[in-house]
Design a protein. Structure first.
Length: 104
């Protein structure tokens, strides 16, 4: 397998993206620029969501990956029930017109 020319490292709350393309002196060509732009756009969109809920969803997805369905659903409930107040608050805002089409 060929190593990726892009590495990602997290230091506290900062993500560091490093391009390692010595064969082209780390030049950013059009496809690379488009890919970076798409990645940053997606990161900004994800950052707009409630972060406690996003972290709970991520942790749940990682934990349930190889669990039987019943256990996966149970752990989803156990991890997610603490986020119910956030969900109700978000639903109220949505009903009032916020959050449509990804606009918070």
């Amino acid at each position: 397998m060929t190593p990726s020319p892009v590495s990602i490292e997290k230091q506290d709350d900062i993500w560091i993206v490093t391009l390692d393309r010595p064969d082209v002196r780390n030049a950013v060509d059009s496809p690379t620029a488009r890919a970076l732009h798409a990645a940053i756009t997606l990161a900004r969109q994800l950052a707009a969501f409630p972060q406690a809920t996003m972290r709970a969803d991520r942790e749940s997805a990682l934990v349930q990956w190889d669990l039987p369905l019943g256990e996966a659903l149970l752990q989803e409930w156990q991890r997610g029930k603490a986020r119910i107040p956030d969900a109700l608050e978000g639903a109220t805002r949505f009903a009032a017109g916020q959050g449509r089409h990804g606009k918070f």
